[in-house]
Design a protein around this ligand. Sequence first.
Ligand SMILES: Nc1ncnc2c1ncn2[C@@H]1O[C@H](COP(=O)(O)OP(=O)(O)O)[C@@H](O)[C@H]1O
Ligand SMILES: [Mg+2]
Length: 632
Amino acid sequence: MRVDAGLAAPDDQPGAGQLDYRIFRRFVGYVRPHWRHLTLALVLLAVLSVVQVVQPWLVKEAIDGPIRAGDLLELRLWVIAYVATLIAEAILRYLQIVALQGTGQRVLRDLRTEVFAHITERPMAFFDRNPVGRLITRVTSDVEALNELFNQGVMAVLGDLFKMVLIAAVMLYMAPALSLVAFGAVPLLLALTFFFRARIRKVSRRVRLLLSRLNVFLAESLAGMEVTQLFAREERELRRFREASRTYRDAELRGVALESLFSALVEYAGVLLTAGLLWFAGGRILAGAMTFGALVAFIDYMRRFFEPLRDLSTKYAVLQTAMASAERVFAVLDDQCALPQEKRVTPREPLRGRVEFDHVSFAYRPEEPVIRDISFVLEAGERVAIVGATGSGKSTLIRLLARLYDVDRGAIRIDGIDIRDLDPATVRAALGVVTQEVFLFTGNIGDNIALGAPLEDPDPASAAARAAELVGLNRFLEERPGGMEAPVWESGANLSAGERQLITFARALARDPRILILDEATASVDPATEQSIQVAIHELLAGRTAIVVAHRLSTVREVDRILVLHHGALVEIGTHDELIAAGGIYHRLHRLHFNDGDRNAGAESRPSAAGADAASAPTSDSASAPGRGIQP
Ligand SMILES: Nc1ncnc2c1ncn2[C@@H]1O[C@H](COP(=O)(O)OP(=O)(O)O)[C@@H](O)[C@H]1O
Ligand SMILES: [Mg+2]
């Protein structure tokens, strides 16, 4: 996975606002399975609204009845009734929120899981395009923001509408003329909302974008902390963070300013309206056309009627953010980037491991070819080494074989079957790959090895134990408290590079693969350990097709043939002796290696010192007799 700033990434800017309704409908699809909870929440909401609407009415009755008549005893009854509705309101509100969140959180869990599942099914090309930090934002905070789409969207709108209709009915019943005056303010408020809507939405999108960038930056910065500190780049990182953080703050503040302005304007309109009504209604009371209790109740109703409208500003802002998040989450779900699978061939018998590259070309990015027209055949059980300078495409060749990427031209076949016709899982089940970049999961050593065991293995732990023994990991495990259970910290921080490499080595063997691939597998182990690994390899290669990638020629041992890559092209192929005799690139690499590398300086092509320091210059004799000791 690539971790970079991904700054101008196009999918950070999803389409325009017309999508609202479609997004909303799509979201409703996720709510539907939880309709029981939703119904409960809705019923509670309806009852709650009724209780709330009853309250001002009780006040009106108390004022116009017992208070006016001076009947204390009756007043007491009204007060008790009023308190009862308050208690009922509190209980209902509690239950309603619990039911609502019960629905919302269930929806979120479904969605989160779906997004994660979708991401894990993507091929590596997807991760080249989507930096880790961005994907983390999608699965966590973007999905979380969707909860608001539910709360502020579905539920709040339904609840508010219901309450407003109830209140409007009561108001019209109490004082029709006055009500019409009050409702005259509604279009004004809607106009205000409409005016601010577009602006708030734009800002909230920008806020999300900047937050996502901040996350991307953080993910990278924290992952690279060792390098940052080693090169004393804390200052620089801090400066970059400050910059990103400031841009984010500015965007947030703009959003806050817009929202505050909106909400203040709406509030102001409400105040003006109340003042106007007081004037208007006061006259009617003096004329005897309205009771005093009715005015009190009316003002209370009006406040309750406009409350949802006033909150509309905040709700709208939250809803906009949620919509933006929804767009992004759905954009991830809609990214169907996948390895094409036209016809699917299920091999009748287990793959034997004959590998064929047939005029294979590949580029990560168009116009930048990495693999150029490569053809070769490995018979089942054959061992080859791939040699070439850094960046010549060795690891890429392996990724293509594992179907992490598909070839652009040509074909790769295993046992004569084009791997594009095979389920990627089938291909990978046949491969045991020790990748160049070691990755360990948090947990313990045993689990990290066992994850290499075949899926159908009923006892991965003992497969892991066998594999650990084969690679000579026991020596290390015995010294470590806990042995196989010894903890592995995040990315294996508590293990040495060599130990980590041995673990990945065991992991690849735990599946007893037909094709074993070692991508610079011994690059970070000391000569003594390498020696013991070589012994293990020697045992393990028997009967398997093996591809050993090495830029250190000293690791090229026990192979039948050597493939030499140069700028993505296969330039030489043959045994060590043949290639030396040919006097080409391999010959040159070999000479460079042993001139620069060690005490065999001066030896032209084939140093003769054998045995004595096999650990430091293992190539010296074994590579000169490829396959020695392995061939039956
Ligand atoms: N995920 C990727 N996206 C784009 N380019 C890549 C990617 N991985 C590798 N490359 C490029 O492909 C070339 C070959 O890389 P690689 O196969 O890793 O070389 P090697 O393993 O021989 O050192 C390099 O130039 C590298 O920059
Ligand atoms: Mg490589």
